[in-house]
Ligand binder design. Sequence first.
Ligand code: XLS
Ligand code: NI
Ligand code: NI
Length: 437
Amino acid sequence: MTYFANIGKIQFEGKGSDNPLAFKHYDPKQVVLGKTMEEHLRFAVAYWHTFNANGTDPFGNATMFRGWDKFDGLDRSKARVEANFEFLDKIGAPFYAFHDVDIAPEGATLQESNKNLDVIVAMLKDQQQQSGKKLLWNTVNMFSNPRYVHGAGTTCNADVYAYAGAQLKKGLEVGKELGAENYVFWGGREGYENLLNTDMGFELDNLARLYHMAIAYAKEIGFDAQFLIEPKPKEPTKHQYDFDSATTIAFLQKYGLKDYFKLNLEANHATLAGHTFEHEIRTAAINGMLGSLDANQGDLLLGWDTDEFPTDLYSTTLTMFEVLKAGGLTRGGVNFDAKVRRGSFEAEDLFLAHIAGMDSFAWGLKAAAKLIEERIFDNIVEDRYSSFKTGIGADVVAGKASLASLEAYAMQNNPIVNKSGKQERMRLMLSEVIFSV
Ligand code: XLS
Ligand code: NI
Ligand code: NI
């Protein structure tokens, strides 16, 4: 069965092409800084946005009716599996990612849900083997079902906590079965609405307990995926506990979890937290915590997680600049946690949107590589801190300075001379590089 009959394999045609169904920048085999674009970017398709979303919003019903929507229940799930692998093949993405509830319908009981999962996971495994496509990460949805109204790992109800543990256990088994490269924890409803009814310290202790149990179980079953936490500051709760990179790292450190996790950073979550994406990536990188990326973009005029496909070249360039400087994504990837707009309801839009995202990231990768190869910013930054290379600055860095030695130096060093930071010049240089590649 084919779901995208009118569309063939998307090819790289280069900058001159006017074919909307072709890549202008993403040439998977092109080598950039010693690795192919495919190896750098490790693109993944998000199951939930591509195969489950139907265009509903708080004000309106579904606008999207896909080929698989003529089926119901498990049959629809099976159709989605086929559609997923057809899409991965045609768009040329090596990876996909899902929540348990994306791939199989929830049953009336835990047993029934697990049975449904088993049927679909067997199919996914088979299709993975046939196609060579891989699972970048899986996760479990512990936020949509009404049982999670007060959270999962941070719920006030121990029965719900137990259910969450069971669902997580199955999620780890599914990840192992499918050879997932990573396993993601996004704290869907791990947060609070009102502090008056919330024991914050207790909730965080319980969340850490759940993570420790997950580490122990993964070890027990030999599931060696990289564990990732995905920070987000708000939505659905007013105050999500994993607010941003820095908050999440502090949490992991406090509970002795830091060595077992890295971060899955999402562009739109960064901006919701009042940061740029590159700020979040840098914060993770300097703490050795960069794991993977959920690529999308928000809209500064709207205050929520709009999950648009990333097309802002400044952002993709600065993102890839940070990633390259941090040594790459290793086991992570660029997962399009992004959805087509409600008005983009044609099946072809799924392709056009992914092409836009992949080309924008490839463009950003090329620009970032040029910034690095030609040391366009590095020289400026190095010069900016050069006073720490010699004299009193070098003493500070070597740990040889004391407040007394700083005082002795400051007393005879007069006047102090500062230099311009030159950021306006650098921003123009950035534009020049982006439009030169
Ligand atoms: C929601 C999150 C979610 C995670 C996976 O905002 O981005 O989609 O990536 O649960
Ligand atoms: Ni995400
Ligand atoms: Ni998100």
